[in-house]
Design a protein around this ligand. Sequence first.
Ligand SMILES: *Cc1c(COP(=O)(O)O)cnc(C)c1O
Length: 369
Amino acid sequence: MKYKIPFIKPSFPDNEKILQDYDAILKANWYTNFGPYEREFAKLVGSYVGKEYFAATFSSATTGLIASVIAVLGKGDNSKYVIMPSFTFPAGAEALIWCGYKPMFIDIEKESLQMNIAQARTAIEREGKKIKAILFCNAFGVGKVNVEEWEDLSNQTDKPLIIDSAAGFGSEYNHGRKVGSAGTCEVFSFHATKPFAIGEGGAVVSKNEELIKLLKSIQNFGFNQSSMTETLGFNGKLQEFNAAIGLRQLETFDEKLKDRRKVFNKYLEGLNTSKILWQENAENSSLCFATAIVKDRSSRDSLLNKLRKNGVEARNYYSPSLHNHPYFLNQKIFSDLSTTDIIDESVISLPIHDDMKDQDVELILNLLK
Ligand SMILES: *Cc1c(COP(=O)(O)O)cnc(C)c1O
């Protein structure tokens, strides 16, 4: 079914600009393997996050996650766990398993929809050395307020903190601190469905320049300077065409972010009722969509039906959570996932586009009222 208002509607750079880049790439005869577009894009992704940050671009967030796990933890032998939320996208758990680790699912908090730190601390106290690291997943790319508490937990317990911020390029934690700047490293996706879209692509950002160098080697078959394999790697490189799109997107991204936040504010103002809870700190995020929690499953389902029947493609991300997917059914759950289960039943995700028309927002608001 084709919806009048699709869930995701990426805006790509002007044809003419992209044609110039295409032409230049053909003339340079340099399509991938750290060409001039990729190198410039990587530099600007790092400096977008902060002055002292470095970035390695990737062919996707998933290859970035796999490389991060190998770079930070080394390859596992399936005897160790990495704690992570179940309420997230599968890529993080899949990356862990590919690298020889097992996910241990931790419950989330009701207000932020982010992993519960008290439970994470208890899990580390109880399981000790069996837990190798923390994979924090910024839910919907929204930065966890007080992410510093997670950095403290990571430092105190000596467990590296890898952060999956796939949809969060442009988001902020608190006091203007950019998502991308926390933990051991953070992973972004530039997939067509994310607020910062280049088609397929991703990046890992860190203030540790040595780690970024290692990530660039891992994504290029583990090659050292003389093209000799020195570490276990694979091919996870970003193409010049996609990097060129990324550079163009950076030119207009902050303006588009403002437009997305305006749409979100219209949702907030139009639905100022205690019957809907909006995700904490979403207003400071890049808003891949707007996430709200409603009373229960039946009100959620009837709202979804009503929206869809009227041409609005609404969803219920990340429901069902990972522990309910067939492949993850036997993975370890720490304690219980009671809040995750409640959120799974009551979460609704509403479209946000860069160029969303007022009348489209009005239509959605009227349907929800
Ligand atoms: C989209 C997404 C990914 C996957 O990104 P790709 O670039 O498609 O690999 C991983 N984690 C989260 C949380 C995501 O939202």
